[in-house]
Design a protein. Sequence first.
Length: 277
Amino acid sequence: MTEKEANLSKNFMDQISPKTQFKKNKINGIKKIIAISSGKGGVGKSTIAVNLAIALKNLKYNVGILDADIYGPSVPKMMGISEKPKSEDGVNLIPIKKFDLQCMSIGFMVSEETPMIWRGPMVASTIKTFTNKVLWDNVDFLIIDMPPGTGDALLTFSQEIDIDGAIIVTTPQDIAIIDVKRGIEMFKRTNVKILGIIENMTSFTSDDGVEHFIFGKDGGKNIASKFNIDLLGQIPININLRKNSDEGSPFVDQFKDHQVSKLFLEISNKITKLLNN
């Protein structure tokens, strides 16, 4: 692309998505909000969000997790929750407690087979319900599992909610890194602080001790360096990390002393220092 073409493209994008100051709102009962985002689906964002929430809880914080992935909620499955939230007044929802976390998800309201065929206004309305009509109880950190990409739900949260920091999850492969760039730019345009990048599925170590870089190597590290963003951690492929997610028993809760759990704890410590300074 020539310099003239690049400038034309930039001017066009600036016109259709200008940087705008929005009035951002706090969520009652929440001290700090952390958005877990990804440029594309399939990178393990929800797995990271759930286990990060458990790790923060293990650091003795009160933690909540909000599944904002309207079109593909995963938290009910990963947390092993099949019940529906209660309401004492018929208006406000009480988060479901599991693994000492306060949990809320659209998946608690609908069956796994129900397609979420919603347009933008319905998505925005649901998000406002989750942020205004949920009785969070003295939560130190609310982890929001964002939908992948940069669509309506993510944009609504970024514009209207006072997010303290965003974390972008990616795999090392080039096709995922391309979408990370878009996510970084979106958060910049909506004035959301990016805490860092977590690279998931970094490598796989076979039984013979050989480390295999199945999805490429250092993609997360390189993009973090390019944009001067912290690389918070690199999570390897682990069969039990996947298996426990499918079984509704988060890995970090079940294998507290495992090296992968220690990586999540290290990332959690970094996050708390970034947000508490």
